[in-house]
Design a protein. Structure first.
Length: 315
């Protein structure tokens, strides 16, 4: 049931499945479960808590002997020594996001790291290639979290980017199972990234109220916020707070994340903005990470094999 391609070769993983670098969430408890299941666990740095992150990376090495990576969210870097910090942790794979990929790419590459940059547009993809990245994470607007204000869905963005680049591409946004992974591969991807599906897993550290809200959600239960305001847009679960913001452009969206810990770990769904992608409408249970990954790989092969058999492509 294994998959071998440029993504698995570059990352050194069994399965080309990457866990999204969610702030405060993508830490050792979740990331080690992903790595131990054969995927690529990612530790976040967007929270800015580098002393804590250092401990999380040390804990990763206690919990897994498998490859894992670190994300640098460029717009939220507070420490100018972030590259040195990452290199000193002995990490070999980095994803960069939310900013200019040329900011740290050369320095990371000079240190021997593999670098993938997250892009929401073709223009961003071409700029990342100029910066020298090894690969791209192409993120459609149906995914949760921070987004480009001019949103493009994966069905359009992914094949467009793949038609113009030669580096390996990981698809993000709308990925939840084997069928969606197979669809991403049909459009040119060689790997997938999962955010909302991992956010709602057993090993995710967030409060069960958030996980259960995802399980209960319908496909229409996300909102796209800050389309015309300052800073990035974002996709989140529909709550009283986010519904009130749906057609508003606050002067400072960051104010709505002031009490993020009360949401993430206290379970107060109105304390901040609960980020989530449209795939919440397809998630019907809180499941262990290993089960999610194994079922995704199995479903991928079943989907590809089923299409070949049904349409006579197996010759």
């Amino acid at each position: 049931m294994s998959i071998s391609n440029r993504v698995t070769d570059l990352l050194g993983v069994e399965h080309p499945i990457v866990q999204a670098p969610m702030g405060w969430i993508a830490r050792a408890q979740l990331a080690s479960a992903v790595s131990n299941a054969g995927g690529m666990g990612i530790i976040e740095t967007g929270s800015g808590e580098l002393d804590v992150i250092r401990g999380e990376i040390a804990r990763m090495r206690e919990l897994t002997d498998k490859p894992f990576g670190v994300n640098i969210a460029l717009a939220y870097v507070r420490d100018p020594g972030i590259v040195r910090f990452v290199v000193d942790q002995g990490v070999r794979f980095v994803t960069t996001s939310a900013g200019d990929p040329s900011r740290y790419c050369a320095e990371l590459k000079a240190a021997g790291l593999t670098v993938f940059h997250v892009v929401p547009t073709l223009k961003g993809a071409l700029k990342a290639l100029e910066a020298g990245v090894d690969g791209l994470i192409v993120e459609g607007a149906e995914g949760g979290g921070f987004k480009n204000q001019r949103d493009v869905a994966s069905m359009v963005l992914l094949p467009l980017v793949c038609s113009r680049v030669n580096v390996p591409v990981i698809a993000a946004g709308g990925i939840v199972d084997g069928a969606s992974m197979a669809a991403a591969f049909a459009l040119g991807a060689e790997g997938v990234q999962m955010g909302t599906r991992m956010l709602s897993s057993v090993e995710s550290p967030v409060h069960d109220n958030w996980k259960n809200a995802i399980v209960r959600a319908e496909e229409t239960d996300t909102v796209f916020l800050n389309r015309g305001g300052k800073g990035p847009a974002l996709r989140a679960l529909r709550t009283a707070r986010t519904q009130a913001l749906e057609f508003d452009n606050p002067e400072d969206m960051r104010a709505h994340f002031a009490n993020v810990r009360e949401l993430y770990f206290g379970g107060d769904m109105e304390a901040a903005i609960p980020l989530a992608g449209q795939v919440c409408g397809r998630i019907d249970a809180i499941r262990p990470v290993r089960e999610i990954i194994e079922d995704t790989i199995r479903g991928f092969h079943e989907t590809v094999g089923g299409l070949a058999s049904r349409y006579g492509c197996a010759r």
